[in-house]
Design a protein around this ligand. Structure first.
Ligand code: OAA
Ligand code: MG
Length: 219
């Protein structure tokens, strides 16, 4: 199956939170004892050429650069041993997060749905077939804003690695071709403003850039 236009499948986006210990620490959180999951709707996806829009009521929008794992086969209750067979490929993602709305939700014990899932909250890069990625657990990740480096990390530092994530996630959600798992962000997250340019990279494999804009009311 060709997944090169995976965005158009309109599948699930499953986010994993606090999967890098330095990011968990900068959020004054601890690494959870099992993967912390959230969902974004498919309307969160944008590709290069489209702007990131600051959602209404958000005054602190953060970038989070992450490796995206793209599912290539349908599966449920997948074992860790066989999990990599379900990977179709990889991409680079920005898990854009309305940090102020998330903090408010956390304080009140409420879900992160709006903070994580608003329109344009998941900018993605090109599709990399898995054959082009020798070791997904050894990829440099970086993100800069207006040319200033903000995040530099490596997928080597993930707490829960890809097979564990696929196995755990598929025990609750049937995984389908075109679903994307956001594997968590390394440290260095921070705010962006309208007019900023957010640039991110996955080693030498993907480089992408997005402009930040205010959300305008559609008719
Ligand atoms: O919002 C957060 O801090 C959780 C998250 O997505 C991550 O760790 O990548
Ligand atoms: Mg994240």
């Amino acid at each position: 199956m060709r997944l090169s236009r995976f965005v158009e499948f309109g599948r699930k986006i499953i986010g994993v939170g606090r999967n890098y210990k330095h990011h968990a620490a900068e959020m004054k959180s601890v690494v959870p004892d099992k993967p912390l999951l959230f969902l974004k709707p498919p309307t969160a996806f944008i590709t290069e050429g489209n702007p990131i829009k600051v959602p209404r009521g958000c005054h602190e929008l953060h970038h989070e650069v992450e490796l995206g794992v793209i599912i290539g086969r349908k599966g449920k209750d997948i074992s860790e041993i066989g999990a990599m067979d379900y990977v179709g490929g990889y991409t680079l993602c920005l898990d854009m997060t309305a940090r102020d709305l998330q903090e408010e939700a956390k304080k009140n014990g409420l879900p992160w749905t709006v903070a994580k899932g608003f329109d344009t909250s998941c900018p993605v890069g090109s599709f990399l077939p898995k054959e082009q990625v020798a070791d997904p657990h050894n990829l440099p990740l970086w993100c800069n804003v207006n040319g200033q480096m903000r995040q530099e990390g490596s997928t080597a530092d993930m707490v829960f690695r890809i097979p564990t994530l696929i196995s755990y996630i598929s025990s609750y959600f049937t995984l389908e071709p075109g679903d994307v798992i956001l594997t968590g962000t390394p440290a260095g997250v921070g705010p962006v403003q309208p007019g900023d340019i957010v640039e991110a990279g996955l080693g030498s494999l993907i480089r992408m850039s997005f402009k930040v804009q205010v959300e305008e009311k559609s008719m």
